[in-house]
Write a protein that binds this ligand. Structure first.
Ligand code: NAP
Length: 249
């Protein structure tokens, strides 16, 4: 799908090629994967409508979402997002899986989840998918029932049960060089607190939710100090803006 380039270059781009050209895997450093977050918000900063984000996005948002999935080794997602969005397999397009395989990557990114309670939404399609690979970071062994997906539980001690340790483990234990955080706001907030987000892909949907009940992009306690970000790119498609920010250290 073609997007209009607005910054830094005013040339049209094909979104899949544009994301591939970023070479996210080559950016991994500091013993953890290069970690990008992808979120959509309304103009008034809301991250979901009636508990889901789908109504905010459009075809362009979906194209970016899939292009990013195609370019990473793992998708990090919160248990509530897994449940709310009823996750299935990460890459459903067989051609894309084949392309990844031909390039020496796993056909699909791992799904990575961190749970302190051990409560996973095992009823969602992802866990019934025999080809899905899921890594769950948890404080102890989990009862997984008869899931068809390949699920590995990595036990982390209570004082190491955070995203920083989980990301380091993904890098060393699973050779994950690029990780995509797909939310939700709780996970993004924890990652920001732990200084583990390298880039934010922020889709600004030309829609207004109104009111103050729908969640925002982040939640919980504010960061100890404002975190700066550097604008890395702006694309447009059908009135939606696709912003890309690098976190400034
Ligand atoms: N606009 C967007 O782009 C976008 C993207 C994704 C999701 N969403 C929306 O966001 C909503 C879900 O987001 P959410 O914020 O409620 O949940 P979430 O971020 O998906 O998941 C939260 C879960 O993460 C686990 N967790 C791990 N470490 C944690 C820590 N240190 N502190 C707190 N929790 C921790 C907790 O599970 P345990 O209790 O098991 O530890 C917690 O329940 C849905 O409505 C979804 O549609 C929007």
């Amino acid at each position: 799908m073609r997007f209009r380039g607005l910054y830094p270059d005013c040339t049209d781009v094909e979104i899949d090629a544009e994301i591939r050209a970023l070479d996210l895997r080559e950016r991994s450093a500091d013993g953890r994967p290069y970690t990008v977050a992808n979120f959509v918000t309304s103009l008034d900063g809301r991250a979901s409508v009636q508990g889901r984000s789908g109504a905010l996005g459009d075809d362009g948002d979906k194209a970016l979402f899939h292009a990013l999935r195609g370019a990473v080794d793992a998708v990090l997602v919160g248990t509530r997002t897994l449940a709310a969005e009823r996750y299935g397999r990460i890459i459903s397009d067989p051609e894309l899986r084949e392309r990844r395989r031909a390039e020496g990557a796993a056909p699909e990114p791992l799904t990575a989840v961190l749970t302190r309670s051990g409560r996973l939404p095992l009823e969602i399609p992802l866990f019934a998918e025999p080809e899905a690979r899921v890594v769950v970071f948890a404080p102890g062994a989990l009862e997984l029932g008869d899931t068809a997906a390949h699920v590995e539980v990595v036990q982390l001690a209570q004082d190491a049960l955070d995203f920083r340790h989980a990301l380091a483990h993904l890098r060393t234990g699973y050779d994950v060089r690029a990780c995509l955080c797909e939310g939700g706001p709780t996970v993004l907030s924890r990652l920001l607190h732990e200084r583990s987000v390298d880039e934010l892909f922020l889709t600004l949907a030309p829609k207004l939710v109104g009111g103050g009940l729908a969640p925002a992009l982040t939640t919980g306690a504010a960061l100890p100090e404002l975190a700066g970000a550097e604008l890395a790119g702006v694309l447009e498609h059908a009135g939606t803006l696709f912003l890309r920010y690098r976190r400034r250290i």
